[in-house]
Design a protein around this ligand. Structure first.
Ligand SMILES: [Zn+2]
Length: 240
C-alpha cells in the first residue's frame, strides 16, 4: 500500500555493509495478507551486490545467483524499529527483489542509481524529494514469490523474518551495476561482495505462490523436491 507514491523526505546512507534508504516518514507504506497475520510497515530498503555479475544476490534460484538483490525491510505492527521487533517470532517481513543482467538500461532505476552514486564516499544525505515510486522498482508480477521463515542476514540474525522472494527478476544493465561496484563508504572504503553465502535450510520449509517448474528452488542446493498444494494456494516444497 502506498508503494506507488513517490518517496519524499528520506535519508540515504552507506554503511560498511550496504547502501540504504531509511527514515521514510512521509507516509506509511505497508504490506499485509498471504501468510502475514498483521500489517507490516516499510522501515528501510538496501542492496547486496557482487564484484561481477555471477555473484551478488543472497538467494540462489536453481543454484544461480543474480548480480544484485534489493531487500525491503518491514516491521510488524505495533513495533517501530527492527530492534523492537526482534523479540517477536513474526516481527519482520522482507520483500526480496532479484535482478538479471539486461543489455539495455532499466530507466526505472536511473534516478535511484544517480542518488546512490551521489552518496558514494560521502556522509548520509537527507533528500527532501527523492521522487522514486517504489512500485516502479518491483518486478511486474508480484503474485509469484517464494516464502519461508528465516533470519536477517546481518547480525544478530534472529530467526524472526518472513521472507518473500519475488520469482521474476528485474532487468539491470552492466553499466548500472557499475554504480554499486564503485560505491564507497564515507570513510572511503569500498563496499562490494556484501552478500551472505547461502545457508542450509535446516529443515525449514520453502513455499511458493505458484507451482514451480521441477527443481526450481530458492536458497538451497539440494536436489529432489516434492510439492504439496496447500489450502491457501501456497505450495510447500519439501527438500530431500
Ligand atoms: Zn539485506
Amino acid at each position: 500500500m502506498n508503494y506507488h507514491v513517490p518517496l519524499t523526505a528520506v535519508t540515504l546512507s552507506t554503511t560498511p555493509y550496504t547502501v540504504q534508504y531509511t527514515n521514510m516518514t512521509d507516509r506509511p507504506r505497508w504490506i499485509e495478507g498471504s501468510v502475514l497475520e498483521r500489517r507490516y510497515t516499510l522501515n528501510s530498503f538496501h542492496f547486496h551486490w557482487g564484484s561481477n555479475s555471477r555473484v551478488g544476490s543472497e538467494h540462489l534460484v536453481n543454484g544461480i545467483a543474480g548480480p544484485v538483490e534489493m531487500h525491503l525491510v518491514h516491521i510488524a505492527d505495533p513495533y517501530r524499529t527492527v530492534a523492537e521487533a526482534s523479540g517477536d517470532t513474526q516481527g519482520i517481513a522482507v520483500l526480496a527483489v532479484s535482478f538479471e543482467i539486461s543489455s539495455t538500461e532499466n530507466l526505472a532505476y536511473r534516478e535511484l542509481l544517480r542518488q546512490i552514486g551521489d552518496v558514494s564516499g560521502r556522509p548520509p544525505m537527507e533528500i527532501a524529494d527523492a521522487g522514486i515510486a517504489l512500485s516502479s522498482l518491483l518486478p511486474p508480477d508480484l503474485n509469484l514469490y517464494y516464502n519461508y521463515q528465516g533470519s536477517l542476514t546481518t547480525p544478530n540474525c534472529e530467526e524472526n523474518v518472513q521472507w518473500f522472494l519475488f520469482a521474476r527478476p528485474v532487468p539491470i544493465s552492466e553499466a548500472q551495476m557499475a554504480t554499486f561496484r564503485t560505491l564507497m563508504t564515507a570513510d572511503q572504503v569500498s563496499i562490494v561482495d556484501n552478500y551472505r553465502p547461502v545457508q542450509p535450510l535446516n529443515g525449514r520449509s520453502v513455499y511458493t505462490s505458484f507451482l514451480p517448474p521441477s527443481r526450481a528452488m530458492a536458497t538451497v542446493r539440494t536436489s529432489l523436491l516434492k510439492y504439496i498444494l496447500l489450502r491457501n494456494k501456497r505450495i510447500l516444497i519439501i527438500c530431500q
